[in-house]
Design a protein around this ligand. Structure first.
Ligand SMILES: *Cc1c(COP(=O)(O)O)cnc(C)c1O
Length: 922
């Protein structure tokens, strides 16, 4: 179906994906050239070179410019013409206009910058309705992509027609950008992050006139299409499906000659918001486009809270600060009002009336918010948390577990899970993540380990009791599981398993087409579709012939790819995320997302757990911020997450290739962070000259673990700094805050708020420090260099081995002989409440070594959790072994929760343990 037209000059895929960062740079550069040219006194001699430079750069810029409505063909044409005509001053004026408007974003507000001939002051676009004029905010602007078979010569007229439909009371305004082919549509959808809607008009062709190397392979990962086999009539729905996979938040409209009535009911049309018959009213389309965006823009709770704050209400309920009545007239705390402003006090209430709804029993705005949240994050249901994911995890664990249930859980998970087990009485079966001893941190739990745990339980006849697999995705340091693969294989062993994915850091991932494939909800959707398909039934039938029955003793199962029975399998997935960690919510804002085909079994307990943990006075501002965080992600999450990913990849490259900085610092690559056995793609690092984006996607689709590029482990040990020390230096001298450290590294996260200036600040700090080290070493001579080398060696080589979970003491085991390691943690935890059950031993004392050698066994009375790294090295009821003691003695961090150096380790006395019968009534 190739048109045979010559392809334009190539722009690589890497450039395409970081285009929003580089586009304005290119325009700025063009602006500088054009200005210099216009300012030349002697244009005849030097001018021709500058003109040629400008023309060449404009050519490069033009390779992708067809993807945006602004500046659009008129302005671009005028610039081209001016260059052609050797008219330096017009070229400079127009380029200045476009470059300035792109940089400032004025094209979203100012009609003047769209006008080829306009000079002087700008005019605002449209008459703005009062409610969006508040605080000087203009009408939000977006762009609409029209994919059409009509010739390019008609596009300008059609665009003007759409513009004429704008009405003053439209809540938003938009401009239209036309493309004529499938590939161009895909390209525009990827690079133009101002898009909010796509109008597909049936009958367009497949191939682009623009050549983007790598584009095809990349598209393949998102849009399965064979251009030679797609029937022209199906091209539109295939495109719709592809766009929906890549950017599910976009509204898609289809204009078709095919009978819309019959198409509307088919699966093909599922991703399409509305179908129109070709000849229908354009005004309908215009209103639908606005309505679609309004659906995402609406924040029912926040909108109502704003209204509520404006109403004159006398309050006689608790909460004296509501409406500022105890604050503004006060002699002594008036600065509270000044600092926080009036709105936050006017928006405070303890009422659940006036449309504020109740978080505990939502029927109004909060109910609506939950539905919108579920839609936005691709879940079946959503619940809102106002005490962080710490509490959300406890709620979910307690909702799905009852005493005696077994939870296979990463020992290295956040402490809220461990406390959740204590509260629910569930028995943890601890599994270990692979260690990254070199960096003093853990990775994630290998699938093999999880399967082994399940098979062990099966061998012991305990599989029925295994209720949940509880994992952290991604981990603090950026290890992303392959949740599709993990769930698929585990479900082959037990088809009704529940999965809890702690995605505290990873809430943003839904809105990025790279990360989404590694999310819990993304996986739930993919598996649901897969297990329902005919192809899967066939695949399973063939597999089941080979594996009529699973034998838990069969070691080959650990490496075999296991498939669940489509007739038995249930999709039961829970995700928690700290919205405040990766999106614009106030601290403690959290979400619980549910995709559970058997939620009817859980709904009652879920409500109980929610009541048990949720304040009866949840913070209204916090709830409103969850509403706004969702709105933002649905409208600009794509732009923001693409930018942060791009920034992270650049930062990695900038640090690791900098001749001076890389002598002392480096960002650990996927190759260093993920052992080869879990990285079958062989990917080493991100970005050129390593993997291109299609290779990266392949790795993310297929490898057992992948590294989230936005989490950068910056190794500082080779500069002679330990993590805590380096964190202090960055904060005190460079005003750079980071939060996690290890013995020889710090974690740098890029987030939706980060800019190129932030990246520059960090690079500058690293360069300054590297220069200092260089000059210090030069001055100190051999003596100083030896001290430095010894320090580096101690940080980088003499790292303590990370202790694994040992086992629960026999007194807390039902069957001391069993291969599985679950234990009763809750009674152990409560034994420590009675001081007479406990003893203390100082870490430095000889008695520890004696007890390790001769017994009796030492059993921890509580959780001991060093920060960093933040995982429990002891849990209640755990037998303490030599490696744990060795680790604690080497540990150089100050903050160890559950341990006070002056008192020593808190243990359960052997005599108290002797009083317990193994497996007794607990
Ligand atoms: C931060 C974090 C939590 C706790 O979330 P908060 O919102 O801080 O309460 C839970 N799990 C993981 C993996 C985390 O990183």
């Amino acid at each position: 179906m190739n048109t045979g037209a010559p392809k334009q000059q190539a722009e690589s895929l890497t450039a395409v994906l970081s285009v929003s960062a580089t586009r304005t740079d290119k325009w700025r550069h063009l602006n500088a050239i054009a200005r210099t040219w216009a300012n030349l006194s002697d244009k005849a001699t030097q001018g021709s070179n500058l003109r040629a430079d400008a023309a060449k750069l404009l050519d490069t810029i033009m390779q992708l410019e067809h993807c945006w409505a602004y500046p659009g063909p008129r302005l671009l044409g005028a610039i081209s013409d001016a260059l052609e005509a050797n008219d330096a001053s017009t070229s400079a004026r127009l380029v200045q206009k476009v470059s300035g408007a792109l940089l400032s974003g004025d094209f979203r507000r100012d009609e003047f910058v769209w006008d080829v001939s306009a000079e002087g002051e700008g005019r605002t676009l449209d008459v703005l309705p009062p409610d969006v004029m508040e605080g000087g905010i203009g009408k939000p602007y977006f762009e609409v992509l029209v994919v059409t078979p009509s010739p390019a010569s008609t596009w300008m007229r059609s665009r003007d027609e759409m513009a004429r439909m704008r009405r003053p009371d439209d809540q938003f305004h938009y401009s239209v950008v036309h493309v004529g082919s499938f590939e161009d549509a895909a390209l525009a959808m990827m690079v133009n992050d101002d898009l909010q809607a796509v109008v597909i008009i049936d009958g367009f062709q497949y191939a682009t006139r623009h050549d983007v190397p790598g584009l095809h392979a990349y598209l393949e990962r998102h849009i399965k299409v064979d251009p030679d086999s797609v029937v022209p009539g199906e091209m539109a729905t295939t495109l719709a499906r592809g766009i929906h996979t890549y950017r599910p938040e976009l509204d898609i409209y289809l204009l078709s000659d095919r009978a819309p009535e019959s198409l509307a009911g088919s699966d093909e049309a599922a991703p399409i918001r509305r179908l129109f018959h070709h000849v229908e009213e354009p005004m309908e389309l215009h209103l639908s486009i606005l309505d679609g965006v309004k659906d995402r823009f609406d924040t029912p709770y926040f909108d109502n809270l704003k209204k509520y704050a404006l109403r004159p209400i006398g309050t006689f309920h608790a909460l004296p600060i509501a409406r500022g009545k105890s604050v503004f007239p006060s002699n002594w705390i008036r600065d509270m009002g000044q600092f926080y402003g009036t709105n936050i006090l006017f928006a405070e209430s303890s009422a659940t009336t006036g449309g504020l709804d109740s978080l505990l029993e939502p029927t109004g705005n909060i109910k609506k918010m939950q539905d919108l949240t579920a839609r936005a994050f691709g879940a079946k249901r959503a619940y809102l948390g106002t005490n962080g994911t710490s509490t959300s995890n406890k709620i979910v664990v307690q909702a799905i577990c009852k005493p005696g249930d077994i939870v296979i859980v990463d020992r290295n998970c956040h402490k809220s899970h461990h406390y959740g087990m204590v509260l629910s009485g569930a028995q943890p079966y601890y599994v270990e993540a692979f260690p990254l001893t070199e960096f003093s941190m853990y990775g994630a739990v290998p699938l093999r380990t999880i399967k082994q745990a399940l098979l062990d339980c099966m061998a012991e006849g305990q599989l029925d009791r295994v209720k949940v697999i509880d994992l952290t995705n991604c981990t603090f340091d950026g290890h992303m599981y392959n949740p599709r693969r993990v769930m698929e294989e585990c479900l082959a062993i037990k088809p009704d398993l529940v999965f809890l994915w702690d995605e505290a850091w990873f809430g943003f991932a839904r809105f990025n087409p790279f990360h989404r494939r590694r999310t819990a909800m993304g996986a739930a959707a993919a598996l649901t579709e897969r297990f329902r398909s005919k192809e899967y039934r066939d695949e399973y039938a063939a597999w089941a012939k080979e594996h009529p029955k699973l034998d838990p003793g069969d070691k080959s199962l650990l490496d075999a790819r296991l498939l669940p029975d489509p007739d038995k399998v249930r999709i039961r997935v829970y995700q928690t995320n700290s919205t405040h960690k990766s999106m614009s919510a106030f601290r403690q804002g959290s979400m619980m997302l549910v995709w559970d085909e058997d939620f009817h079994q859980v709904e009652g307990p879920f409500e109980e757990a929610f009541f048990a943990h949720t304040s009866t006075s949840p913070n209204l501002q916090l709830i409103a911020s969850l509403d706004l965080a969702r709105r933002q992600m649905e409208l600009e999450g794509y732009a923001m997450t693409m930018r942060m990913t791009d920034l992270a990849v650049r930062l990695r490259r900038a640090i690791n290739t900098h001749p001076l900085i890389s002598k002392y610092f480096r960002v650990a690559s996927p190759e260093e962070m993920i052992p080869a056995e879990f990285r079958s793609s062989g990917i080493k690092d991100y970005g050129p000259p390593n993997a291109n984006w299609s290779d990266t996607l392949k790795a993310w689709d297929e490898d057992e673990f992948a590294l989230d590029p936005t989490r950068l482990t910056l190794v500082c040990g080779a500069a002679g700094f330990d993590g805590t020390q380096f964190k202090g230096i960055l904060a005190e001298r460079f005003d750079i805050q980071i939060n996690k450290t290890s013995r020889n590294s710090i974690l740098v996260q890029t987030n939706i708020n980060n800019t190129h200036s932030d990246a520059a600040l960090l690079i500058k700090a690293l360069a300054d420090l590297s220069r200092e080290i260089d000059s210090r070493l030069a001055q100190e001579g051999a003596g100083g260099q030896n001290v430095f080398k010894a320090r580096v060696k101690s940080l980088m080589t003499d790292v303590p081995d990370l202790p694994n979970f040992s086992r629960f003491h026999d007194a807390f085991r039902d069957n001391a002989k069993s291969r599985s390691n679950e234990g009763h943690m809750r009674p152990a935890f409560f034994m420590a409440y009675d001081e007479s059950n406990c003893e203390f031993i100082r870490l430095a004392s000889d008695e520890i070594d004696k007890r390790l050698k001769d017994g009796p066994e030492m059993v921890s009375a509580n959780f001991v959790i060093p920060y960093p790294p933040g995982f429990p090295i002891m849990v209640p009821g755990q037998v303490i072994q030599a490696d744990t003691i060795a680790y604690m003695r080497k540990l150089d961090v100050k903050e160890i929760h559950g341990y006070h150096a002056a008192q020593g380790l808190k243990l359960i006395k052997p005599s108290a343990l002797a009083g317990l019968k193994a497996g007794s009534d607990r």
